[in-house]
Design a protein around this ligand. Structure first.
Ligand SMILES: *[C@@H]1O[C@H](CO)[C@@H](O)[C@H](O)[C@H]1NC(C)=O
Ligand SMILES: *[C@@H]1O[C@H](CO)[C@@H](O)[C@H](O)[C@H]1NC(C)=O
Length: 329
């Protein structure tokens, strides 16, 4: 096995070479490159198991008719993970992915408590970005890509891709967390205090920072919701998309429910709608913070997630917390 460092070095060189090649103009037309960037490589990994959803797909409000461009269908075959981390990310966030791989997303942190880390992406209109992600995936094998356009308005599709993947390729995972790439996750607290590997696995369990709110009608807001897409004045309770955790059985329940639920671009609201249809109430947990909290060891030990954390901060905080495990607060 080549070391991570030389892999990274190689990746950087290859990425720069392809970027230069792309920018230098010695390339076929963009349309051609766009069409070919995925089809010239080795045959795409197809779904290897029967897609039990295919019969629903033809007649549904939200068929999610997408295919995996990059898949890791064998990730769960040898061991059943205790926790699958699904991290929503985009093509340019290589630094964040790398910081997460080396810190809270490191699959080897807990020895025989098996953690599985996967980054979720759509398809970029920029061929160079797709190629970079493809190369990154060949090194780390922790990336999933479906063929929808990667954009803020398609975040719900990313989450559904993650749920679909768990239902198809890892249906016995005990727990799943969906989070973002600018989040710090206190894994010790999450694994040992919230999920507890030695206790009976929960079913139909969903938790996070529960929001009771309604649609924002201000067109300038990041969370703008047009009246014709959602006429009600209230949303069902939903967990902030910055980080929520659920039992493995929920992945299939949510994915199947989503096929009969008209798509909304606000991913967390949409999951809340599916939960309401399923009659499942998300459980509030104050450890999930969807805002920034300045770092102190004792403060961070008590929480589960913190939002708006840069890759540099993730590395610093993780190093500090790991080196002070023996200290009492
Ligand atoms: C897929 O499903 C079909 C029909 O349900 C069945 O005939 C076929 O054997 C299945 N294939 C695999 C690989 O399980
Ligand atoms: C979302 O993805 C679909 C499928 O690729 C695409 O047609 C659509 O334009 C995307 N939406 C946005 C807002 O990017």
């Amino acid at each position: 096995m080549p070391s991570k460092v030389s892999c990274l070095y190689l990746l950087t060189v290859v990425c720069w070479a392809s970027a230069l090649w792309y920018l230098s103009g010695s390339r076929p037309s963009t349309a051609y490159v766009g069409q070919m960037s995925f089809s010239v490589r080795k045959p795409l990994p197809r779904l290897t198991k029967n897609d039990s959803f295919s019969n629903i797909r033809t007649h549904s409000l939200n068929p999610h008719n997408f295919n995996f461009l990059i898949n890791e269908p064998q990730k769960c075959e040898s061991t059943t993970p205790f926790l699958v981390l699904l991290i929503s990310t985009n093509h340019k966030e290589f630094d964040a992915r790398q910081a997460i791989r080396e810190t809270w997303g490191d699959e080897n942190t807990f020895g025989d408590i098996h953690i599985l880390t996967l980054f979720l992406l759509g398809f970029s209109p920029e061929p160079v970005l797709n190629r970079m992600v493809e190369q990154e995936s060949q090194i780390f094998h922790d990336i999933l890509v479906e063929d929808f356009v990667d954009s803020y308005h398609n975040l719900t599709l990313k989450t559904l891709m993650g749920m679909r993947w768990v239902s198809l390729f890892c249906p016995h995972a005990q727990y799943v967390m969906k989070t973002d790439s600018d989040i710090f996750v206190n894994m010790d607290n999450l694994v040992f205090n919230l999920l507890r590997p030695n206790s009976k696995p929960r079913r139909r369990f969903f938790t996070g920072h529960v929001i009771h709110g309604g649609p924002i009608r201000d067109v300038h807001s990041k969370w703008f919701m047009p009246r014709d897409k959602y006429p009600d004045t209230r949303y069902p309770p939903f967990c902030s998309g910055t980080g929520y955790v659920f039992s493995g059985d929920m992945a299939e329940l949510l994915f199947k429910t989503s096929q009969h639920t008209r798509l909304l671009h606000l991913e967390d609201v949409y999951v809340g709608l599916c939960l309401r249809k399923l009659g499942i109430h998300p459980a509030q947990n104050n450890g999930f913070n969807h805002w920034k909290i300045s770092y102190s060891l004792c403060r961070y030990r008590k929480l589960l997630t913190v939002h708006q954390i840069s890759p540099e901060e993730i590395l610093k905080i993780w190093t500090d917390m790991s080196s002070k495990k023996h200290l009492k607060c």
